[in-house]
Unconditional design. Sequence first.
Lengths: 580, 584
Amino acid sequence: MKKERFINDAAVYVLKSNWWLAALLLLTIIASMAIQLIPAFIIRQIIDEHFAKGIVQGIWLLAIWYLAVQAGVNVVAFVKTVVTTVLGQKILNRIRMLMAQRLSKLPIQYFTNTPVGEIMSRLTTDVDAINTLFSSGIIGMATDLFKIVGLLVSLFIIAPQLIWLEITIVPLIFLISNYYRKNIFRFQKLVRSKVADIYSFIQEWLRGIHTVKAYSLEENGKQRFREPLESHFAAIGKISLYDSLFPCLMQTIRAVVIALALWFGAKNGTFLSLALSTGTLAAIADLVGRIFAPIEALAQEFQTIQQAMAGISRVNEFASEPIEDRVYIDQPIDKSQGLVIDGVTFSYGSVPVLHALHARLMPGEKAVFIGRSGAGKTTLMNIVAGLYRPKEGFVRICGVDPYTIPPRKRRRLLGIVPQMPQIFDGTVTENITLGDETISQEEVEAAVKAVGLGETINALPQGFATVIGEGAAGLSSGETQLLSLARAIVANPQILLLDEPTSGMDSKTEQRVFSAIRTAGTGRTIFSISHRLSGIIDADRVFVMAGGNIVKSGSSEELYENDDWYAMYQKTINAGWDLS
Amino acid sequence: MKKIIPIATNKPRLISYLFKYPKQFVLHAIGGIVYNTTVIFGAVFLGKTIDAANLVNNDEAPLSLFYLYLFAFIASTIFFQLARYVKRLNSRAITNLMNRDIRTELMASILNMPMSDLRQEKIGDLMSRIIGDVEQVSSSVLTTVREIWDTILLILSYFVACMLFSPKITLLASIPIPIVVVLAQLLRTPLYKLSQRTRKVASGINIHLQHNVSGISLLRLFGLERSDRRKLNTLLEEQLRWSVALSALQGGATPLFMLIAASGIIVVVGMGGENVVNGVWTVGVFTAYLGMFTAMTSRTPSVARVMNTWHGAKASWDRICAKLQGNNDDNLCKSEVSLRASEPLLQVNSLSFRYPFSDDSGVHAISFTAQSGEVIGITGPIGSGKSALAAALSGLFPYEGDVFVKGVPLRELKEQRSGIISYMDYEQFVFSADVVFNVALDRDYGDISPALELASMTDDITTFENGLETKLMERGLRVSGGQRQRITLARAWYGQAEILLLDDPFSAIDVSMEQRIMQNIRSSLKNRTVLLFSHRLSTFEMTDKVIVIDKGYISQIGAHHELVQHDGLYRDIYHAQRFMDTGN
């Protein structure tokens, strides 16, 4: 298995194709180092050259310079922020696109076995962590390292004798900051897990609210809620303590270090004295004071990077998911052939689901597969639809293998109406074409008319251009299912696959959907699965499935006449009784 | 400190929470005031130290002066940093206490809501109120308080200190400060809009991804994954533009404000410099003043934030209050009724019920009587109203008509209800806690093993690694569906409730075990009565009476052996089920 490296690939690609932005970024990093040193030198200049010598002339010019430098610092900071955002976002988008590409190569089982929430968190939170790594982590770290080096060099220029003091304090400050950050991150993790406990508690007790109410557990709930709350309170208390103490401690240390530097620098009555000029002393106080912020930031970035590594490894893990070895083969569609299921065997892992099924539908024939839940209906449909590849045997639709048919030809071959219609955010037209530009507006309108939805859509405020979405505002559940049917037939497919298209509908709506299916299904082969019979009366052939086998088949009438089991089955179902 | 704030009748005021914790509040206020007023001494003494070094250098002052100021510099720093620590620690303590206490109160108030109101609530929404909104409110309180001390008071103390050194320079150099405050206020709206816009695009991408992942099979079936990626790409490009615009405005605004605020520095350096040359100021005063002025101006852009944060918390606070003031469940009230042993255990007269706010057709005109020691089977097709009848009899919802429990109307039982009626609803919910809790639910009726024995769970428990202390884990994942069902059955049996409502108790249990449990129930029934709601008729042979519900009304009622002898729905289904299960 090839180890994919999305992140490196994306970063290298973006930095290469935006090399001038990358260069600009590097420039701002160096500039922000250089520019922060100037104020100290200006102050020294003013004190030593003007104050000490009593020269007024030139002070105002230096004052203007002082402000100009401040302006420069801000401009550089501004440019750096923007460039970092641009590059960070570009890398992010690149990674997202690579991941999206990857998604379409993963087998469908990956999606059934992995909760949507987990896939989403990889695509969003984990990728965001990588952005943090880039913008706050790496860029921040480079900036701060440059700043520290710049400050040390300036201090060396001003007072070379003092450099040993600064060299000693840098690692010291870093160690303290790092110790603090490490603990803070540890506690943050703890707090997050405590928040998760609170979440689970609330979720559990509200999900079980029936039980809570039935057994009058309200008071117990309140008492038991204390436990996660108190332990969260204790954990966050630790963060508060560290958070409160650390900046105060650092400022105190900063004062002590400045004092030490001044003591060495000034005439102090001991042999260690350097007796520097007043301007130099003021500059040292300024520079030494400035060295703290970048070191503290460095410790923070150090931890940020470590945290973001988790995101990276999760993204890389995703990148290494085994992909489907699906090869698309362009095959001619032979309309004179129907659907052939030949010796199809399937298992999930080692659990056998289908045992060598055989079935053959003539073009235009309408077949329904029935059976209690767990009989293997849905799996068979997924194989016919080409989502799974059978372990043994094969499926042919008009002579074409549905598993290897190229994506752009799929809709011309088969249309599917799932049990729960899915509506995407977009216009009615977009919901029918699903973004397929080869489908014309006329075809969309014809399909909508064929399913008897024409008037409904025309009555919408913007007709076909009306935006529908989550919950499909303006459309009833039956209409949503009809829309889904229009989506299936718009490309004029040879075969329609119906997955219990009327489950959960009242009988009036059900009749409307069935009559639409009758109209839209004219001349097409129909493969449907159901555990309800009420509307499949016009099926030419019924296949009864049980335990992964086809146990009976024949026309509805034949089965009803000659088969007790089928008669009983139909009786139970017609009475509306639960089959499980 | 475990204080529970009593539920107020009128809307509680957020500000009042600040004063709920007087000790922390006073300490943090003292710390804040002391820190922000004494912090100026840091810059002052640093300047004085440099001055003294200069004087000592020129032999104009004794060395002790230098040491004195050096010491004062360190000592004052330690002092005001200590005050700052007290301020920070206590302001955080207030936030944490608020978090804990509002959450306690909110959860209590939610649990106390009547079941019919709770059915309207979305768990996700309630969770985001208890977690997110509370967090938002308490952190806004923290920010506001912090800004009041650390921005307004700090700027004020620096300003006063600067005025003491030189009113002229201070006033002149401070001219840009109010301009920045106004500008920051003006820019707030576009910045807010832009950030909302950016967030919207980002959430659009999330929704797109979510739809794609959950609808992957559809997209794949239609061969559309590629065109969908193009759409993702467009969305990502759009996000790039918005977030760059936001970062430009945000990244541009703050430095710009700082720059405007700091532009007075020309006056400070220029006029201050002249002061030094003219002997009005010492070098130390100059550097101290410069330090203080810089600290003051860097804080200026934050002034506008104080009121805004408070404003932002208001929406969250309203969302919290809405639930803090929910209705109270009647079933929690004291009841003063006494049951009459001479009356039938359960008498239902023309009962009508549907779940509140639902489109279900519910049940209507239901009348029957249940005596002590009876097992009554209730059945019907999908959607006939079986579960609705069970819910109506549970007493958790309002109903029409009459239900008498030993002569007392069900709705008047109130807090006595759960001691008399055990309701095992169709969800068969288990807690993540251990078996003991799941059966006993903190009720103290002695040993739980007879109840587990009745539910045929005894053997299963021995296979659990920690026996009765085995935690069932979230959603009862540790146990099978059948075990979960039997644990909730044991829960309903445990205790002394005389009326047991069992809604679909055997759906995940095989027929032989179902039979065994039914026999257990029959033999240990005594004076209790069991109402068994099920669509599986195999166990109904052991009932005393069967009620068939169809489309919300009673369609057949009678003993099992009577019903199977007469034409009708019950007989058809009974035979069909038996045939499909056994083949004859």
